[in-house]
Design a protein around this ligand. Structure first.
Ligand SMILES: Nc1ncnc2c1ncn2[C@@H]1O[C@H](COP(=O)(O)OP(=O)(O)OP(=O)(O)O)[C@@H](O)[C@H]1O
Length: 392
């Protein structure tokens, strides 16, 4: 039931007891669709029947490769793009629907934004930049300096208020942009790849900062990225997108450790893939067995109907493999070392098996004293709990 009369096209609608949004859900998009027509006439389903929700104080990450529809979905929620179908609710108000016809303008949705392209304004000082959302919302003038100072302090640049942005580093400019997004104490913040223009170390610092700010301010966030490390670090929930659709929605642990599909497994981390044939369906321990050209593997079936004889792909991550000098009764594979790459916290070994399969093994820390040379025969033992069988 909607409160009040039938809304005008450009009004947001407050909801009473619709059951459409529970109190803690800050943003909900339902069955959103958005199709574009390219200049050559071709239709692109940028967002294809997507439903997502984010609760107060939680971060939802939209993750996927370039062109999968992340930005379009975010822009629909922000009100910068008009969906073809679906509904959008924010802060318990209907922001978009086709029937009744509702399409609230961006500035009335109560959503703060921090977009990569929304750079800080060079002709304004840092303090003026941060004050801008307060001024444009008509905040009492005398309250603005204290709010700006608090926002700058919160993002770790309390003394930069008088500076012009072109005197600041990229990381400091991003802090200004973050302060500008948070100064109005928003309940919801939309982020579109906000850290993609800063170097790796600054990105990492800013991610930590962002999580701390979220805890403190308690806003709900929707954050677009194609960087899986960023997604896993920041997310409460990750939506992995593929060609406009959600391939998996889950916690970072779900999408990394129990990817629903091979696409998700490959997108959120590195994997070894070996073709296999199921020889034994899953038993009491839920583990099945499959024959591969490299030997028998035990692992978890990722579909219900993987009966003996079914062709599957066995997947396991490089860090779930141990180099063994004892061998093992099952899940043991043998290969010759091609090369080793040292990366500080871990080192990666690339092996080739006798039938030409390539296997990647990642050893974490504690490898001092153990050296291997190209050509060495190594036995690998793969943890059964991390082998996953997917239908082909
Ligand atoms: N205005 C537009 N007109 C035509 N096609 C568009 C338009 N905007 C986006 N698209 C197409 O829609 C699809 C999704 O684009 P979108 O920008 O949402 O993807 P993305 O996942 O955010 O990619 P990226 O990470 O590269 O920004 C792409 O195929 C893109 O070319």
């Amino acid at each position: 039931m909607m409160s009040g009369p039938m809304p005008d096209m450009d009004d947001a609608v407050a909801i009473a007891d619709t059951g459409a949004a529970t109190p803690e859900v800050k943003v909900r998009a339902r069955n959103l669709k958005k199709t574009f027509r390219r200049s050559n006439g071709e239709l692109v389903r940028a967002v294809d029947d997507v439903s997502v929700a984010v609760e107060a104080g939680k971060m939802l990450i939209l993750l996927g490769p370039s062109g999968c529809g992340k930005t379009t979905l975010l822009r629909c929620i922000a009100g910068l793009e008009r969906p073809d179908e679906g509904e959008i609710w924010a802060n318990d108000r209907l922001m978009f629907s086709k029937s009744p016809a509702v399409n609230a303008p961006p500035e009335s949705r109560g959503l703060a934004m921090m977009f990569q392209s929304y750079a800080v304004w060079p002709h304004m000082t840092v303090a003026e930049n941060v004050a801008f959302p307060l001024v444009s919302r008509g905040y009492p003038k005398r309250e603005i300096p204290a709010k700006v100072a608090a926002a700058l302090k919160r993002v770790g640049i309390p003394s930069l208020g008088d500076q012009y942005p072109n005197r600041l580093s990229g990381g400091q400019q991003q802090r200004v942009a973050l302060a500008r997004s948070l100064v109005v104490d928003p309940q919801v913040v939309l982020f579109d790849e906000p850290l993609s223009n800063v170097d790796a170390k600054v990105r990492e610092d800013l991610r930590v900062e962002l999580v701390a700010q979220q805890r403190e301010v308690g806003f709900a966030g929707i954050y677009v990225t194609h960087d899986q490390v960023e997604a896993l670090q920041l997310a409460d929930q990750v939506a992995v997108l593929r060609e406009g659709r959600i391939e998996q929605l889950g916690t970072p642990e779900d999408v990394y450790c129990r990817p629903a599909t091979r696409y998700v497994a490959n997108f959120v981390g590195r994997v070894n893939e070996v073709e296999a044939t199921i020889t034994m369906g899953s038993g009491n321990d839920n583990l099945a067995a499959a024959d591969t050209p490299l030997g028998r593997l035990r692992g978890y079936p990722m579909a219900p109907d993987l009966t003996p004889g079914t062709k599957v792909m066995a997947l396991f991550r490089p860090e779930c493999v141990e180099i063994s000098d004892k061998g093992a009764s099952h899940n043991a594979l043998t290969g010759s070392l091609l090369r080793t790459q040292f990366s500080g916290a871990h080192r990666d070994h690339l092996l080739t098996t006798d039938d030409g399969h390539r296997l990647l093994v990642s050893e974490m820390g504690r490898f001092a004293g153990k050296t291997f040379s190209p050509g060495d025969r190594l036995t690998l033992v793969v943890d059964s709990k991390s082998v996953l069988f997917y239908p082909l």
